[in-house]
Design a protein around this ligand. Structure first.
Ligand SMILES: CC(C)(COP(=O)(O)OP(=O)(O)OC[C@H]1O[C@@H](n2cnc3c(N)ncnc32)[C@H](O)[C@@H]1OP(=O)(O)O)[C@@H](O)C(=O)NCCC(=O)NCCS
Length: 161
C-alpha cells in the first residue's frame, strides 16, 4: 500500500474523510481545497483496493521549512501502522521539496497522535498553555529531515501522482 499525492479532484472526498476523522474542528471542503492548492502544498492520501480513502496527510514545504497541518486515518483503520506509513511518506515528500525541518502542532490531549509523532522521531520543542479554545495546551514538535534534491514532480502539487 503506497500513499499517493493528493490531486485537486480529491478535495471533496478528503473533506468527507476529514469530517469522519476529526471529532473536534473538522475542515470544510473550502479549507481542504485551499491547502491542496496553496504554493508548496504537500499532500498525500492512502486508499484501499476499491479506492476508498483510508487516510491522508496535508501540509506545505517552502524554502527549507515544512509544516504538517493535518494527518488522519479513518477510524476503521487506526492502530495498524497506517499513520506511521503516511507520516514517513510526508517526511519523504516534504524533504523531496527541500525541507530541512518539519514542524507540527498537536493538542496535548491527543495521545495517539503524540505517540505516533514521537515514535517517528519528532522532538518536542515548545508547549503553549491554554492554546485551544477549550483550554487544552498545544505541543509543537520538530523533525530534522535530510533534504533531497527537488524533482519537478515533487514541486508540482495537485498534478499527477
Ligand atoms: C493520530 C492518527 C493519525 C494515528 O493513526 P494510526 O494509523 O492509528 O497510527 P499508528 O498505528 O501508526 O500509530 C498509532 C500510535 O498511537 C498509539 N495509540 C493509539 N491509541 C492510543 C491511546 N488512546 N493512547 C495512547 N496511545 C495510543 C498506538 O499504540 C500507536 O503507538 P505505538 O506504535 O507506539 O504503540 C489517528 O489516530 C487519527 O486519525 N486520529 C484523528 C485525527 C488526528 O487527531 N490527527 C492528528 C492531529 S492533525
Amino acid at each position: 500500500m503506497t500513499p499517493r499525492p493528493l490531486l485537486y479532484e480529491d478535495e471533496a472526498s478528503i473533506a468527507i474523510l476529514d469530517g469522519i476523522a476529526f471529532a473536534i474542528g473538522p475542515w470544510s471542503a473550502a479549507a481542504v481545497a485551499e491547502e491542496i492548492r496553496r504554493p508548496g502544498a504537500c499532500g498525500l492520501g492512502l486508499q484501499d483496493g476499491q479506492g476508498a480513502w483510508m487516510g491522508y496527510a496535508l501540509g506545505w514545504s517552502i524554502a527549507g521549512e515544512a509544516e504538517l497541518l493535518r494527518i488522519a486515518i479513518h477510524p476503521d483503520h487506526r492502530g495498524h501502522g497506517l499513520g506511521g506509513l503516511l507520516l514517513r511518506a510526508f517526511i519523504e515528500r516534504a524533504s523531496g521539496q527541500g525541507a530541512e525541518a518539519i514542524h507540527l502542532e498537536v493538542r496535548e490531549d491527543n495521545a495517539p497522535a503524540i505517540a505516533l509523532y514521537e515514535r517517528e522521531g519528532f522532538v518536542l520543542g515548545h508547549r503553549r498553555r491554554d492554546y485551544y479554545q477549550d483550554g487544552c495546551a498545544a505541543r509543537l514538535y520538530r523533525f530534522d529531515a535530510a533534504p533531497k534534491p527537488e524533482s519537478p514532480a515533487d514541486s508540482a502539487p495537485g498534478t499527477s501522482p
